[in-house]
Design a protein around this ligand. Structure first.
Ligand code: 5RP
Length: 219
């Protein structure tokens, strides 16, 4: 089974968590795009979706799914999103697609976060994937210097402006042994809007697609 087929399998498995008549929080990325395609098949049975990015919002609308803002729906029963890395403790690195801030907001507003990945993303320790950090543009160099002090090698993501008008630093070579502590420490740096560690609000359910099928890991 190739990576794309695994992503599709994980995304399809997430459909089982969707409750009829409810709003669904929808993440961003190629795995979630498979989820949107599957959700479209049952769009009459849900109230609609809350998008974690402009690109997801467009895709949902194109699929005929009603889109509402979080300020109108209130808390959500379910958020479905992918990740760039995940551990067995369901802590994640996200933001490879640049949508980390809104993803973290929708995850925080959701009672259940179902994360869908293929098995290449399951790791013992986070940090092989460069950690995305969304930064206010004027603070880019300041934050980069502080990230070097923390032992990382920040690389400015050229040509990327987030949906919030900010920039992204991808931090290489961090060995993240205490994800919750690092999430708090980086999050407190002046100029940082969001760090792509999802450790303080990890996923609740991880659906991992491999050659043998989809494995469910719960917190
Ligand atoms: C976007 C994300 C994505 O969930 C993450 O990058 C995984 O993407 P894909 O499903 O395309 O591999 O965090 O900001």
């Amino acid at each position: 089974m190739d990576a794309e087929a695994k992503k599709r399998a994980a995304a399809s498995a997430a459909l089982a968590w969707v409750e009829d008549g409810s709003w669904v929080g929808v993440g961003t990325g190629s795995t979630v795009n498979h989820f949107i395609a599957a959700l479209a098949e049952r769009r009459q049975r849900i109230a609609g979706a809350v998008a974690s990015s402009a690109s997801t919002e467009r895709r949902l609308r194109d699929a005929g799914i009603e889109v509402a803002g979080l300020n109108d729906t209130g808390d959500l029963p379910l958020y479905v999103d992918g990740a760039d890395e995940a551990t067995w403790h369901l802590q994640l690195i996200k933001g490879g697609g640049g949508a980390l801030t809104r993803e973290k907001i929708v995850a925080a507003a959701s009672r259940k976060f179902v994360c869908v990945i293929d098995d290449s993303k399951l790791v013992p320790v986070l940090g092989r994937f460069p950690l995305p950090v969304e930064v206010i543009p004027m603070a880019r160099s300041l934050v980069a210097r502080r990230l070097v002090r923390l032992g990382g090698q920040p690389v400015y993501r050229e040509g990327c402006v987030t949906d919030n008008g900010n920039v992204i630093l991808d931090v290489h070579n961090l060995k993240i042994t205490d994800p919750a502590a690092l999430e708090a420490e980086i999050g407190l740096l002046p100029g940082v809007v969001c760090v792509g560690l999802f450790a303080r609000r990890p996923a609740d359910v991880l659906l991992v697609a491999g050659a043998q099928g989809v494995q469910t890991i719960r917190r």
